[in-house]
Ligand binder design. Structure first.
Ligand SMILES: Nc1ncnc2c1ncn2[C@@H]1O[C@H](COP(=O)(O)OP(=O)(O)OP(=O)(O)O)[C@@H](O)[C@H]1O
Ligand SMILES: [Mg+2]
Length: 217
Protein backbone atom coordinates (compact mmCIF):
# COMPACT_ATOMS: atom_id res chain seq x y z
CA UNK A 1 0.00 0.00 0.00
CA UNK A 2 2.71 2.43 1.04
CA UNK A 3 4.76 2.08 -2.17
CA UNK A 4 1.89 3.57 -4.14
CA UNK A 5 2.77 6.88 -2.52
CA UNK A 6 5.32 9.21 -3.98
CA UNK A 7 7.37 12.30 -3.15
CA UNK A 8 7.72 15.32 -5.43
CA UNK A 9 10.40 14.56 -7.99
CA UNK A 10 11.77 17.96 -8.97
CA UNK A 11 15.39 18.19 -7.81
CA UNK A 12 15.87 20.83 -5.16
CA UNK A 13 12.20 21.12 -4.25
CA UNK A 14 10.88 20.51 -0.77
CA UNK A 15 7.39 19.63 0.40
CA UNK A 16 6.77 20.11 4.14
CA UNK A 17 3.70 19.76 6.34
CA UNK A 18 2.98 20.74 9.92
CA UNK A 19 0.62 18.78 12.08
CA UNK A 20 -0.71 18.92 15.61
CA UNK A 21 -3.83 19.73 17.60
CA UNK A 22 -5.14 23.29 17.98
CA UNK A 23 -2.66 25.58 19.65
CA UNK A 24 0.30 23.27 19.10
CA UNK A 25 2.16 26.11 17.36
CA UNK A 26 1.83 25.27 13.67
CA UNK A 27 1.19 28.87 12.54
CA UNK A 28 3.93 30.17 14.83
CA UNK A 29 6.53 27.74 13.47
CA UNK A 30 5.49 28.13 9.83
CA UNK A 31 6.56 31.80 9.98
CA UNK A 32 10.00 30.73 11.22
CA UNK A 33 10.35 28.10 8.50
CA UNK A 34 9.34 30.63 5.82
CA UNK A 35 12.01 33.05 6.99
CA UNK A 36 14.63 30.32 7.14
CA UNK A 37 14.06 28.93 3.65
CA UNK A 38 13.72 32.40 2.10
CA UNK A 39 17.10 33.28 3.56
CA UNK A 40 18.45 30.21 1.79
CA UNK A 41 17.27 31.76 -1.48
CA UNK A 42 14.35 29.39 -2.04
CA UNK A 43 10.87 30.37 -3.24
CA UNK A 44 8.14 29.42 -0.82
CA UNK A 45 4.37 29.20 -0.55
CA UNK A 46 2.39 28.36 2.53
CA UNK A 47 -1.05 26.83 2.16
CA UNK A 48 -3.62 25.68 4.63
CA UNK A 49 -6.02 22.79 4.76
CA UNK A 50 -8.87 22.69 4.27
CA UNK A 51 -8.72 25.58 1.82
CA UNK A 52 -5.89 27.18 -0.09
CA UNK A 53 -7.91 27.53 -3.33
CA UNK A 54 -11.11 29.47 -4.03
CA UNK A 55 -13.06 26.20 -4.17
CA UNK A 56 -11.25 24.81 -1.13
CA UNK A 57 -12.01 27.89 0.98
CA UNK A 58 -15.72 27.40 0.23
CA UNK A 59 -15.42 23.82 1.43
CA UNK A 60 -13.53 25.03 4.51
CA UNK A 61 -16.43 27.32 5.34
CA UNK A 62 -18.91 24.47 4.77
CA UNK A 63 -17.01 22.11 7.05
CA UNK A 64 -15.81 24.36 9.86
CA UNK A 65 -19.05 26.30 10.22
CA UNK A 66 -21.39 23.38 9.73
CA UNK A 67 -24.39 23.60 12.05
CA UNK A 68 -25.23 19.92 11.60
CA UNK A 69 -23.13 16.93 12.56
CA UNK A 70 -21.62 15.58 9.36
CA UNK A 71 -21.26 11.88 8.66
CA UNK A 72 -17.55 11.02 9.03
CA UNK A 73 -17.38 9.85 5.43
CA UNK A 74 -19.01 13.07 4.21
CA UNK A 75 -16.51 15.02 6.28
CA UNK A 76 -13.65 12.95 4.90
CA UNK A 77 -14.62 13.41 1.27
CA UNK A 78 -15.02 17.16 1.67
CA UNK A 79 -11.46 17.33 2.97
CA UNK A 80 -10.19 15.14 0.17
CA UNK A 81 -11.98 17.23 -2.45
CA UNK A 82 -10.27 20.30 -1.07
CA UNK A 83 -6.91 18.48 -0.99
CA UNK A 84 -7.10 17.13 -4.54
CA UNK A 85 -7.90 20.61 -5.81
CA UNK A 86 -5.08 22.16 -3.80
CA UNK A 87 -2.57 19.63 -5.10
CA UNK A 88 -3.63 20.02 -8.69
CA UNK A 89 -4.04 23.78 -8.73
CA UNK A 90 -1.24 24.97 -6.45
CA UNK A 91 1.14 22.41 -4.97
CA UNK A 92 2.16 20.33 -7.99
CA UNK A 93 2.68 23.30 -10.36
CA UNK A 94 4.69 25.21 -7.73
CA UNK A 95 6.97 22.25 -7.03
CA UNK A 96 7.89 21.90 -10.71
CA UNK A 97 10.46 24.67 -10.38
CA UNK A 98 13.69 23.63 -8.63
CA UNK A 99 14.40 25.43 -5.37
CA UNK A 100 10.73 25.59 -4.39
CA UNK A 101 9.31 24.95 -0.94
CA UNK A 102 5.67 24.20 -0.19
CA UNK A 103 4.65 24.44 3.46
CA UNK A 104 1.29 22.94 4.32
CA UNK A 105 -0.58 23.78 7.50
CA UNK A 106 -2.19 20.33 8.02
CA UNK A 107 -2.32 17.50 5.48
CA UNK A 108 -2.91 13.74 5.32
CA UNK A 109 -2.04 13.12 8.99
CA UNK A 110 -4.85 15.44 10.10
CA UNK A 111 -7.29 13.30 8.11
CA UNK A 112 -5.82 10.15 9.66
CA UNK A 113 -6.14 11.60 13.17
CA UNK A 114 -9.52 13.35 12.80
CA UNK A 115 -11.53 11.15 10.45
CA UNK A 116 -9.46 7.95 10.76
CA UNK A 117 -9.13 7.86 14.54
CA UNK A 118 -11.41 10.38 16.26
CA UNK A 119 -14.33 9.86 13.84
CA UNK A 120 -13.71 6.13 13.63
CA UNK A 121 -13.29 5.53 9.88
CA UNK A 122 -10.02 3.72 10.52
CA UNK A 123 -6.55 4.43 9.14
CA UNK A 124 -6.85 1.92 6.29
CA UNK A 125 -9.89 3.69 4.82
CA UNK A 126 -8.03 6.99 4.77
CA UNK A 127 -4.79 5.52 3.41
CA UNK A 128 -6.64 3.66 0.67
CA UNK A 129 -8.37 6.85 -0.46
CA UNK A 130 -4.93 8.48 -0.71
CA UNK A 131 -3.52 5.93 -3.13
CA UNK A 132 -4.98 7.76 -6.08
CA UNK A 133 -3.21 10.49 -7.97
CA UNK A 134 -2.83 13.35 -6.96
CA UNK A 135 -3.64 12.47 -3.32
CA UNK A 136 -0.72 10.03 -3.16
CA UNK A 137 1.85 12.84 -2.97
CA UNK A 138 3.56 12.71 0.40
CA UNK A 139 5.64 15.45 2.02
CA UNK A 140 9.40 14.96 2.28
CA UNK A 141 9.04 15.84 5.94
CA UNK A 142 6.21 16.37 8.41
CA UNK A 143 6.70 18.17 11.72
CA UNK A 144 4.26 16.89 14.32
CA UNK A 145 4.07 19.40 17.14
CA UNK A 146 3.10 17.37 20.16
CA UNK A 147 1.38 19.03 23.14
CA UNK A 148 -0.98 17.78 25.83
CA UNK A 149 -4.68 18.59 25.94
CA UNK A 150 -4.33 21.00 28.83
CA UNK A 151 -1.76 23.08 26.98
CA UNK A 152 -4.00 23.11 23.93
CA UNK A 153 -6.96 24.40 25.96
CA UNK A 154 -4.81 26.97 27.78
CA UNK A 155 -3.40 28.33 24.53
CA UNK A 156 -6.82 28.46 22.86
CA UNK A 157 -8.28 30.29 25.85
CA UNK A 158 -5.46 32.84 25.71
CA UNK A 159 -6.20 33.39 22.03
CA UNK A 160 -9.93 33.79 22.78
CA UNK A 161 -11.26 33.13 19.25
CA UNK A 162 -14.78 31.81 18.67
CA UNK A 163 -14.78 28.01 18.58
CA UNK A 164 -15.32 26.29 15.22
CA UNK A 165 -17.00 22.95 14.43
CA UNK A 166 -14.06 20.86 15.62
CA UNK A 167 -12.99 23.05 18.53
CA UNK A 168 -16.43 22.73 20.14
CA UNK A 169 -16.14 18.93 20.39
CA UNK A 170 -15.99 17.14 23.74
CA UNK A 171 -12.83 16.28 25.66
CA UNK A 172 -13.17 12.61 24.68
CA UNK A 173 -12.94 13.56 21.01
CA UNK A 174 -9.77 15.56 21.66
CA UNK A 175 -8.17 12.68 23.51
CA UNK A 176 -8.82 10.37 20.55
CA UNK A 177 -7.49 12.98 18.20
CA UNK A 178 -4.27 13.32 20.15
CA UNK A 179 -3.92 9.52 20.42
CA UNK A 180 -4.46 9.42 16.65
CA UNK A 181 -1.70 11.90 15.90
CA UNK A 182 0.72 10.03 18.14
CA UNK A 183 -0.14 6.67 16.57
CA UNK A 184 0.24 8.07 13.07
CA UNK A 185 3.64 9.54 13.97
CA UNK A 186 4.64 6.03 15.05
CA UNK A 187 3.38 4.55 11.77
CA UNK A 188 5.53 6.83 9.58
CA UNK A 189 8.75 7.38 11.54
CA UNK A 190 10.81 8.14 8.41
CA UNK A 191 8.60 11.01 7.33
CA UNK A 192 7.17 12.39 10.56
CA UNK A 193 9.39 14.10 13.10
CA UNK A 194 7.63 14.35 16.44
CA UNK A 195 8.66 17.44 18.39
CA UNK A 196 7.91 18.25 22.01
CA UNK A 197 5.96 21.47 21.46
CA UNK A 198 5.36 22.04 25.17
CA UNK A 199 8.81 23.63 25.02
CA UNK A 200 9.28 27.32 24.23
CA UNK A 201 8.70 28.51 20.65
CA UNK A 202 12.45 29.14 20.30
CA UNK A 203 13.28 25.58 21.34
CA UNK A 204 10.72 24.15 18.91
CA UNK A 205 12.12 26.29 16.08
CA UNK A 206 15.64 25.03 16.89
CA UNK A 207 14.52 21.41 16.49
CA UNK A 208 12.84 22.14 13.18
CA UNK A 209 15.73 24.16 11.75
CA UNK A 210 18.31 21.59 12.77
CA UNK A 211 16.32 18.94 10.88
CA UNK A 212 15.82 21.25 7.88
CA UNK A 213 19.57 21.83 7.66
CA UNK A 214 19.93 18.08 7.14
CA UNK A 215 17.20 17.60 4.55
CA UNK A 216 17.55 20.81 2.53
CA UNK A 217 18.33 19.98 -1.06
N1 LIG B 1 5.90 26.69 22.05
C1 LIG B 1 4.98 27.54 22.51
N2 LIG B 1 4.94 27.86 23.81
C2 LIG B 1 3.99 28.71 24.28
N3 LIG B 1 3.05 29.31 23.53
C3 LIG B 1 3.03 29.01 22.22
C4 LIG B 1 4.01 28.12 21.64
N4 LIG B 1 3.75 28.03 20.32
C5 LIG B 1 2.68 28.81 20.07
N5 LIG B 1 2.26 29.42 21.22
C6 LIG B 1 1.11 30.31 21.36
O1 LIG B 1 -0.05 29.48 21.38
C7 LIG B 1 -1.09 30.03 20.59
C8 LIG B 1 -1.41 29.05 19.44
O2 LIG B 1 -0.30 28.98 18.54
P1 LIG B 1 -0.53 28.78 16.98
O3 LIG B 1 -1.60 29.70 16.50
O4 LIG B 1 0.81 28.88 16.34
O5 LIG B 1 -1.05 27.28 16.97
P2 LIG B 1 -1.71 26.46 15.78
O6 LIG B 1 -1.17 25.09 15.90
O7 LIG B 1 -1.50 27.19 14.52
O8 LIG B 1 -3.25 26.46 16.17
P3 LIG B 1 -4.54 26.21 15.19
O9 LIG B 1 -4.58 24.74 14.88
O10 LIG B 1 -5.72 26.56 16.03
O11 LIG B 1 -4.36 27.09 13.99
C9 LIG B 1 -0.59 31.38 20.11
O12 LIG B 1 -1.09 32.36 21.00
C10 LIG B 1 0.92 31.25 20.18
O13 LIG B 1 1.53 32.50 20.41
MG1 LIG C 1 -2.80 27.89 13.00
Amino acid sequence: MINKYRNPETPGSLFLSLEGIEGSGKSTQIKEIETFVKNKGMRVITLREPGGTVFGEKLREAILHSQTALHPLAECHLFLASRAQLLNEKILPFLLEPGSVVILDRYIDSTLAYQGKARGLGYDTILTLHQHDPLNLLPHRTYFLDIGLKTSMDRQNTRGNKKDYFESQKQEFYQKLLDGYREVAGMFPQRILKIDAEKSPVEVTKSIISDLEKILP
